[in-house]
Design a protein around this ligand. Structure first.
Ligand SMILES: *Cc1c(COP(=O)(O)O)cnc(C)c1O
Length: 372
């Protein structure tokens, strides 16, 4: 049990709002007409696999996807009435069978090599698209794979792809191109086989197009976790789900020329007042998020000027006494969201969230408010 101390300056903390996850899931279930596959890879984008899966389940999600067999099994251990789709190709056929995990059929070669071991496993055929991590790479390969799968009595329940351009708005409109390639492949494939599940879209694609025609499901990650997938995306139903805060542990006045931090990382060019915040890169806060950016204290933004392993320095106003030792400094929250810094070039949403250090931060989960 983690002891949470009452004094605000005790420890930096990460608060995860499960109610926000629940609301996001409810909205996305509506948007997909019940065809939501919740992507919970990498410990549910670092929100915690078990808590996230339980919350999404409560919201009505019955289909999950992840990259690893280990996590697929962890989900199966939680619920036996859900579908679990494993995104990476997997040759541990016994485990896939034992735990009823749906697997990807990644290529014709994969089928040829393994068809004798693939019985009684549900497969979704993969189209490589532009991503090319795995999947069939031509229409010919798709059709031959379907034929050989049927001939070999493989359970071919679904077909899927992953758009590599959905999050981008480039000049060439590459997303539209890869989408039309996929729709063409899908049409040909559906002529020779009936797929129960057709799933292609991530958060960005779903937000751009809604659920595409002839698709039963969308495979959504980051929107579930409260970050819009691209700049300008509709925020109406987006519930930001985490708060990262430290507290001011001391306030110092610097004379002109005085410095603070390792190797004088910040040097005052005029009389300055700075605050020391008890959070640093050792807590998983990215240096790129800190340098050149700001922090929220008592509803106002202040620039950050230096960062160390366990401390960060904020520049306060020299004649302003409104910030006090013990005040909270918020790096991520409702009014200073992760995605603001994504759009400012700090890194992907998941890149900023994933490193946050559960061992050094007080981790607090806020429960779902209105259970179904
Ligand atoms: C991560 C991932 C997703 C989810 O993408 P988001 O942009 O987070 O919605 C969907 N499909 C695959 C194959 C993925 O790897």
């Amino acid at each position: 049990m983690q002891k949470i101390y009452n004094k605000p300056e005790s420890n930096p903390r990460l608060t995860i709002d499960l109610d926000a996850l629940h609301k996001n899931a409810r909205h996305l279930i509506g948007m997909t007409g019940g065809g939501l596959i919740a992507v919970v890879k990498n410990d549910a984008y670092h929100f915690g696999l078990e808590r996230a899966v339980e919350t999404f389940y409560q919201a009505g999600v019955r289909f999950f996807a992840t990259t690893s067999l280990r996590d697929s099994i962890r989900i199966r251990d939680l619920y036996d009435d859900v579908d679990i789709f494993m995104l990476n190709p997997c040759r541990d056929f016994d485990s896939l069978r034992d735990y009823s995990i749906t697997a990807t059929l990644a290529s014709l070669d994969f089928l040829r090599e393994n068809k004798d071991s693939m019985h009684d496993i549900s497969y979704h055929l993969e189209w490589a698209g532009q991503m090319r991590r795995s999947g069939c790479r031509s229409k010919k390969e798709v059709l031959e794979t379907i034929r050989l799968a049927k001939e070999s009595n493989i359970k071919l329940d679904g077909i899927w792809t992953h758009f590599s351009w959905a999050d981008e708005f480039d000049q060439e409109n590459s997303y539209e191109k890869e989408k039309s390639d996929w729709l063409d492949i899908l049409e040909s494939a559906q002529k020779i086989h009936k797929f129960k599940v057709v799933q292609a879209q991530n958060s960005a694609s779903l937000q751009r197009d809604g659920l595409l025609d002839n698709h039963s499901h969308a495979r959504v990650g980051i929107s579930l976790y409260g970050c819009p997938p691209y700049k300008g995306a509709d925020l109406t139903n987006n519930h930001h789900a985490l708060t990262l805060s430290g507290s001011i542990i001391s306030i110092k006045d610097l004379e002109i020329g005085e410095s603070i931090g390792y190797c004088s990382s910040f040097k005052a060019d005029k009389k300055s007042r700075v605050g020391v915040i008890n959070i640093g890169y050792g807590d998983g806060l990215l240096r790129k998020r800190v340098m050149g950016h700001d922090v929220l204290i008592n509803g106002r933004r202040y620039p950050l000027v230096s960062m160390m392993m366990s401390h960060t320095i904020v520049l306060l106003n020299e004649d302003d006494n409104s910030v006090k030792v013990g005040d909270q400094a918020i790096f991520y929250g409702q009014d200073i969201p992760v995605y603001e810094y994504t759009f400012k070039g700090v890194g992907a949403n998941s890149e900023q969230i994933s490193p946050l250090n559960f061992q050094t931060l007080d981790l607090i989960y806020l429960p779902v408010k209105n259970r179904l």
